[in-house]
Ligand binder design. Structure first.
Ligand SMILES: Cc1ncc(COP(=O)(O)O)c(C=O)c1O
Length: 378
């Protein structure tokens, strides 16, 4: 089947954060795509809507089975149902982890630049945040192990990992994930692995994604793996994610931290997730091919047309992390807002000012229009 990623779909005034927060700007910021979701998901949603009753929902057998098969076939893990905790999103899971495993005065740790909530959930738990910058090596973005050893303290309890990394687009190799797990073991940290972008890896042979689910048992005991079909199949607005927690004590503490703060997950989200995992693979494959071409086009455009900007091709995701230090302006995102009418993500919110994040999950023609506006404003 041929899927159409080129025909634009009007999103303005559809209640979209991306388009309607600043309708006067051309948005390439928040991480959702301008594509309709996979036809199989739309059909499943139509069927569920036609049922007409939307009382409180729980994960139905079809969803449980779809998740089990996805984890077995795509991630090579045999995960018992009781290891899974369903959630309305991954961000609440990051916050729950901080609240479940830290006491006031203790700390969570992460590496930046990183998706902004990683730098904010410690406030929910009234704990400290320790950040260490990622470093660029000959093999791509990596961890600064020495700086991490210097930064970690005896009261650090949780490490928040983003893999594939948003915004760097990095898929960390097995050796690095295992070294990180060993770091967590040595310092007695709970490893929280946010893998929301794991089905958006461009070349799974060259850069296979190593999940928290792939770790040896002694590491798995301290690991929480967070997953969702939401980014890949563009259903983030439906709100569905899940945590896989093999260790019972960890799972109990994590679940208890929910208290009464989280609502039930919505009835439609469960059915969309089931359809994504059960029937979404052909669409996903076509999407990856399209996004990879967008990535290559963007990288080439920035290299040839945008003096002052530089970008590394990411291994995954539809997000490009653009280094704008050579522009020598106070705030590159504000510059492009003022001079190009573009809404880009400001690197400062990821912990690295003087960078911008450009979302290329859109029809290629629209991406090129945005890039042209950027080039003109340089
Ligand atoms: C790394 C990462 N984690 C979590 C989220 C958001 O997750 P959710 O919408 O399920 O809370 C995003 C969205 O961009 C993300 O990039």
């Amino acid at each position: 089947m041929i899927y159409d990623f080129d025909t634009p779909i009007a999103r303005r005034y559809s209640g979209s954060i991306k388009f309607d927060r600043h309708p006067e700007l051309d948005p390439f910021w928040v991480a959702d795509m301008d594509f309709a979701s996979a036809p199989a998901i739309l059909e499943a949603l139509h069927r569920r809507v036609d049922h007409g009753v939307f009382g409180y929902a729980q994960p139905h057998d079809g969803l449980n089975e779809a998740i089990f098969c996805y984890l077995r076939d795509r991630r090579g893990a045999s995960v018992p149902l009781e290891h899974i905790i369903h959630l309305g999103g991954l961000v609440p899971a990051l916050s729950l982890a901080a609240r479940a495993f830290c006491m006031p005065g203790e700390a969570v740790m992460t590496c930046s630049p990183v998706y902004p909530p990683f730098l904010g959930v410690h406030h929910d738990a009234h704990v400290d945040l320790l950040t260490v910058d990622h470093v660029l090596t000959n093999n791509g973005w990596s961890f600064d192990w020495q700086a991490m050893e210097r930064a970690v303290t005896p009261v650090t309890r949780v490490f928040l990992l983003c893999n594939p990394q948003n915004p760097l687009g990095r898929v960390f190799p097995r050796a690095e994930i295992e070294r990180l797990a060993a770091f967590c073991e040595a310092h007695d940290l709970v490893l929280v692995s946010d893998e929301i972008h794991c089905d958006l890896v461009f070349d799974e042979t060259a850069t296979p994604h190593v999940s928290g689910l792939d770790l040896a048992d002694h590491f798995a005991r301290r690991t929480i793996t967070l997953l969702s079909p939401s980014k890949t199949w563009n259903i983030a607005g439906l709100g569905f994610a899940y945590a896989v927690i093999p260790d019972e004590t960890l799972r109990r503490k994590f679940a208890a931290a929910r208290g009464h703060t989280l609502t039930e997950i919505n009835a439609l989200a469960y059915y969309a997730a089931e359809a994504a995992y059960r029937h979404g693979e052909p669409w996903r494959q076509a999407l990856i091919t399209y996004l990879q071409q967008n990535r290559d086009t963007l990288v080439e455009f920035i290299r040839t047309r945008c003096p002052g900007l530089s970008v590394m091709p990411g291994d995954a995701t539809y997000l490009a992390w653009i280094d704008a230090r050579a522009m020598a302006v106070d705030n590159p995102a504000a510059h492009f807002k003022k001079n190009a009418g573009l809404f880009l993500s400001d690197g400062a919110s990821f912990g690295w000012p003087d960078h911008i994040r450009f979302n290329f999950g859109c029809p290629r023609a629209r991406m090129l229009e945005g890039l042209e506006k950027m080039a003109r404003a340089l």
